[in-house]
Write a protein that binds this ligand. Structure first.
Ligand SMILES: *[C@@H]1O[C@H](CO)[C@@H](O)[C@H](O)[C@H]1NC(C)=O
Ligand SMILES: *[C@@H]1O[C@H](CO)[C@@H](O)[C@H](O)[C@H]1NC(C)=O
Length: 257
């Protein structure tokens, strides 16, 4: 129940349960014309534990939760306790193993759960948290961690036509080359002038591993082969190289004489 008074407001939690554990925040609302946004700087926060010695974890609807363990960012397992005095540990289900929490690779925050700072493929699988307080010991929801190799950046792409102007009837080709991390998939797609009228170009694709600046990189090459150039083939050729982190578009222009 929320009560508004002249200069303050009050939130009343009635018949509370452990599920009410968490952060409570409030902020003054000042509407400038249409902008009624939340002002982070003027937001006050407090964390409230609703403790129950028989229920050590904040309850969840799910028996298990799938968590993406992304290679490029920390992952949090939100096993949050209802009492700040509980001792919480992290475990692997199979093979059974206690995971060391040293604050560097993995840390624990009472208000958030466990954070894996440097995700590795070896951490994937089923993990759970265990809390103990007085004589009670309980386990949390199970977290199914799936490792996903995210590239650090979108691929680097270049595109080049074999000729910048071609005589009608001659053949030409346009080559797109994308370079990226070897373990990450990259997809190349094309947009070209003849596409609208369903002109079929032939596409040749290949991959290669190249050494660049001391480390291995993968190279994806896509060649668009145009047989017997026509007026409709004149225009902009766009190659899009996409990985999980984003897309790089590169273009080149071909003139038909
Ligand atoms: C709180 O619980 C009591 C007893 O179970 C019940 O009578 C009452 O209606 C509840 N109040 C609210 C606001 O749900
Ligand atoms: C593309 O065109 C150039 C110049 O005509 C030619 O040397 C090359 O072999 C062609 N590439 C392919 C894959 O056909």
């Amino acid at each position: 129940r929320i009560k508004q008074f002249g200069r303050f407001s009050q939130l009343l939690v009635v018949n509370s349960t452990t599920a009410d554990t968490g952060e409570y925040s409030c902020w003054p609302r000042q509407c400038d014309r249409s902008d009624c946004g939340k002002d982070e700087e003027r937001t006050a926060r407090t964390f409230v534990f609703f403790s129950d010695p028989q229920e050590l974890f904040v309850p969840s609807d799910d028996y298990y939760e799938v968590v993406q363990l992304r290679s490029d960012r920390p992952t949090t397992l939100p096993c949050q306790v209802t009492t700040p005095l509980a001792k919480v540990t992290l475990h692997r289900e199979f093979p059974p193993e206690d995971l060391p929490v040293n604050g560097i690779e993995i840390s624990y925050d009472l208000k958030k759960g466990f954070t894996i700072h440097h995700p590795k493929p070896s951490l994937s699988g089923s993990l759970f948290c265990m809390a103990s307080y007085q004589n009670v010991r309980q386990i949390s929801t199970k977290y199914m961690l799936i490792y996903i190799n995210y590239p650090r950046a979108p691929p680097v792409a270049t595109v080049k036509a074999s000729v910048s102007s071609v005589h009608a009837g001659d053949n030409f080709n346009v080559t797109c080359t994308a370079v990226g991390e070897p373990e990450v998939d990259t997809e190349i797609t094309w947009e070209y002038p003849g596409q609208e009228i369903g002109r079929p170009p032939y596409i040749q694709e290949s991959t290669d591993v190249v050494r660049s600046g001391g480390h291995m990189q993968k190279e994806w090459v896509s060649v668009l082969l145009v047989d017997g150039a026509r007026a409709v083939d004149e225009g902009v050729y766009t190659c899009s190289a996409q990985n999980l982190q984003g897309t790089t578009d590169v273009t080149t222009r071909v003139k038909v004489l």
